[in-house]
Design a protein. Structure first.
Length: 342
């Protein structure tokens, strides 16, 4: 089937197909054609279903049952859908999955989970301002970015032309060895496929060559189980030489040290010193954000955490003192009041 523009070809909207739940193959691949069944032909009507989609979003992906799983894996892996026993080439470009849970061992979903090259955990909104903006539907009137299918295909062609230097391959090899030493063994196929991610990251940053710091995105690709995430992240970042991430890690560690010190000794002097240090870290983060605007999202996450720790330090060191009828001439002449110790 030919590829047309989003304007001329309705099927080419960005998320043209959405599955809200897994229940039957009919919802995913289309219903059986009754006319064909009468002739003994087991054929599905795939119109508006996954076999005819370019980009697919699958909600609650790990609720796929065995009746769906085999066809789904073949469709994702080989870009083929068997309809009445005949293989049909599908136009599928990418699949995005979402789930509120990870597949449990023994459910037979490991192969499906392995097919998703990038894996992200999305937490609850950080910071009161973000939560309030969400409650108010702030930004709903903003025009969202869009592109035609031709533009997306062109970007893929440009991605294929991005060059990976030998130093990047060397760094990936060191990451592989370090992961193996920790008992974490991503498949060689996953390492090979991850090269396309590195190329795409470089292209998004207006570069035609992959640099070592692009490797940092592999922290979202090389873990297999949740308990491996932290170790993978540490190893990947260690070899990625990403200056922003190193700075964020340094500030995060320093903020935690400051917070731990005030929890052990919340005296006035320590509290004042800790408050000044946290303000300095906040300034450093804002400076870092100005220098690296393209990294503002991840910098803002730590900025919110630093501000939260700063507030907790203030709460720990601000102690109300009540004075009544102070008669000594050398003391503050107040009959009563509330004073705060810093």
């Amino acid at each position: 089937m030919g590829r047309g523009s989003c304007k001329n070809y309705k099927r080419h909207s960005l998320f043209q197909w959405l599955l809200t739940r897994f229940s039957t193959p009919e919802e995913l691949f289309g219903p059986l054609s009754l006319k064909d069944l009468e002739k003994g032909i087991y054929k599905r009507n795939t119109k508006t279903k996954m076999p005819e989609a370019d980009l697919v979003f699958l909600d609650e992906i790990f609720k796929a049952n065995s009746a769906i799983l085999n066809s789904l894996l073949t469709l994702i892996n080989e870009r083929l859908f068997y309809n009445n026993g005949s293989p049909v080439q599908v136009p599928l470009m990418s699949v995005i999955g979402a789930s509120n849970e990870y597949p449990e061992e023994g459910e037979g979903l490991e192969a499906l989970f392995d097919r998703f090259l990038l894996r992200f955990e999305i937490d609850y909104l950080a910071g009161d301002s973000n939560f309030i903006s969400m409650m108010k539907d702030a930004g709903q009137d903003k025009q969202m970015p869009a592109m035609t299918m031709e533009e997306l295909i062109y970007l893929q062609l440009l991605t294929d032309k991005v060059v990976i230097q030998d130093e990047v391959y060397t760094a990936i090899s060191k990451i592989r060895k370090a992961l193996h030493d920790e008992g974490i063994r991503p498949s060689d196929r996953r390492f090979k496929q991850s090269l396309s991610i590195l190329k795409a990251r470089a292209l998004i940053r207006n570069r035609q060559v992959v640099s070592v710091d692009d490797i940092v995105i592999l922290e979202n690709a090389l873990w297999e189980t949740v308990d491996q995430k932290e170790a993978v992240s540490i190893i990947v970042r260690r070899h990625a030489q990403d200056t922003v991430i190193r700075m964020l890690d340094t500030i995060r560690n320093e903020a935690n040290e400051i917070f731990n010190s005030i929890m052990q000794d919340n005296s006035i002097e320590i509290g004042m010193e800790a408050t000044q240090k946290m303000k300095a870290l906040e300034t450093d983060l804002n400076d870092l954000k100005r220098r690296h605007e393209e990294r503002s999202v991840e910098i803002d996450v730590l900025l919110v955490n630093v501000k939260s720790l700063q507030q907790e330090i203030l709460n720990a060191t601000l102690e109300p003192l009540y004075f009544n009828a102070l008669h000594d001439k050398n003391e503050i002449e107040e009959s009563s009041g509330i004073f705060y110790r810093m």
